[in-house]
Design a protein around this ligand. Structure first.
Ligand SMILES: O=c1ccn([C@H]2C[C@H](O)[C@@H](COP(=O)(O)OP(=O)(O)OP(=O)(O)O)O2)c(=O)[nH]1
Ligand SMILES: [Mg+2]
Length: 145
């Protein structure tokens, strides 16, 4: 399906792209003006320079890249970030450095990935009687770890 995308700035950077034919996510490029130092334990809101028009019934999720997580402890504070269908502002990526060294974020690096997914809208109906299941109220390791 086609998604309209608008470059708000940083026209020199590539549009998000699937790096392999079977990739779930489009890698997103950091549209910072210059290098940004993210100290251990600190977070930083990374601009992408992009806005999108997502059709009703879909969303985009902003997810971490596992390579950055494994190598540097770089992940996203609010993962997965939610881009609502009605959002027309700049997509931003809330990066946190959980590593023990400062991270130098460079302009144009692939900082996260964006997955488009269907979302269901529901209508909540209140009741006092929920159906009985084998799990019941057991959770949080109820079945063992
Ligand atoms: O990683 C993210 C998460 C959100 N957003 C934008 C798009 C999204 O549609 C909007 C609102 O996000 P969310 O609903 O997660 O935040 P909120 O704190 O509930 O804000 P709001 O009251 O604006 O919904 O912010 C991003 O650009 N990047
Ligand atoms: Mg919200």
């Amino acid at each position: 399906m086609k998604i309209l995308v608008k470059r708000l700035h940083s026209h020199d950077l590539p549009l998000p792209q699937y790096m392999t034919p079977g990739a779930s996510g489009l890698d997103i490029y950091a549209a910072v003006d210059q290098e940004v130092v993210i100290p251990p334990g600190k977070f930083f809101l990374v601009p992408t320079g992009l806005a999108v028009a997502i059709p009703e019934g879909y969303e985009a999720q902003i997810r971490p890249r596992s390579g950055l997580a494994l190598k540097y402890g770089i992940t996203l504070l609010n993962t997965p970030g939610t881009i609502d269908a009605d959002y027309r502002g700049e997509i931003k990526v809330l990066v946190i450095n959980l590593g023990d060294k400062e991270y130098i974020l460079k302009r144009g690096e692939r900082i996260a990935q964006m997955v488009f997914a269907r979302v269901e809208k529901v209508e909540l109906e209140e009741t006092d009687d929920l159906e009985i299941t084998a799990r019941g109220a057991g959770g949080f390791g109820h079945t063992g770890v």
